[in-house]
Design a protein around this ligand. Structure first.
Ligand SMILES: Nc1nc2c(ncn2[C@@H]2O[C@H](COP(=O)(O)OP(=O)(O)O)[C@@H](O)[C@H]2O)c(=O)[nH]1
Ligand SMILES: [Mg+2]
Length: 223
């Protein structure tokens, strides 16, 4: 006997609704001349550290603010605020990624007239943030040396879709069997185009190259 079942695909509906909001949000930021960068990685890869280092490099050229996403704390926003830039903390209360609606709430707490560049720290994991458009102009994925060079094999989607990559913690390369060439090969198979920056947020090595490239992207006209 055929059962009379109505199937409602909530996930697709939610993603489509989010995509619509994100597209509007991006257009609104374009109107205001604000460039939004979304940082994604596992917990502890160095998102907050990279944001702080990048602020140090670019604060003379751009008016910067940060929206921090976390499941339940404000420590990252407090760390960023120490740099003297406006920082907003979004607590998702369990959700493993930021949505465009959450970013809209973050924007409400900032004075957008006095902003050029906005950093968004997504929730730490390599899976959930990937499918959820935040309205960002640029999606940056970080991987740190202690996590291992096999991550493109395990989490291909984030490596396929990111616009730029950071390998962070290069200062500890000698202590881990992270093979940079294997990582690059695996990554390039998924994403031949996106630039890759080797960085140590601890020593500052490579931060200037990354920041210079980002500065060029911020100044490039919106496509
Ligand atoms: N050795 C080393 N440690 C780092 C580096 N970048 C960040 N860390 C440390 O890694 C930990 C997690 O960094 P954090 O920026 O909070 O990562 P997040 O969770 O991705 O935001 C902190 O203890 C940082 O001091 C780096 O380049 N080298
Ligand atoms: Mg952080």
């Amino acid at each position: 006997m055929m059962s009379d079942v109505t199937l409602i695909n909530i996930k697709e509906e939610i993603l489509a609704e989010n995509k619509g909001r994100a597209t509007k949000l991006r257009a609104g930021l374009d109107d205001k001349g604000i460039f939004l960068v979304n940082f994604m990685s596992s917990p502890g890869s160095g998102k907050t550290s990279l944001i702080v280092r990048t602020i140090e490099q670019l604060r003379d050229q751009f008016r910067i603010a940060v929206i921090e996403g976390d499941v339940d704390s404000a420590v990252d926003a407090e760390r960023v605020a120490e740099e003297g830039v406006p920082a907003v903390q979004i607590k998702t209360g369990g959700s493993c990624h930021l949505t465009a609606a959450m970013v809209e709430k973050g924007l409400d707490a900032l004075s957008l007239e006095s902003l050029d560049l906005l950093f968004l720290e997504n929730i730490g994991n390599l899976i959930c943030p990937v499918g959820s458009d935040t309205g960002a102009h640029l999606n940056v994925a970080l991987l740190s040396v202690p996590e291992g060079d096999d991550k493109p094999l395990k989490y291909p989607k984030i490596f396929k879709t990111a616009d730029a990559f950071i390998v962070n913690k290069t200062d500890v390369l000698d202590y881990f069997d992270f093979d940079l060439e294997s990582f690059k090969r695996r990554m390039r198979r998924l994403n031949p185009e996106a630039p890759l920056f080797e960085v140590s947020c601890k020593t500052g090595e490579g931060v200037d190259l990354w920041s210079r490239w980002l500065r060029g992207r911020v100044r490039a006209p919106a496509s």
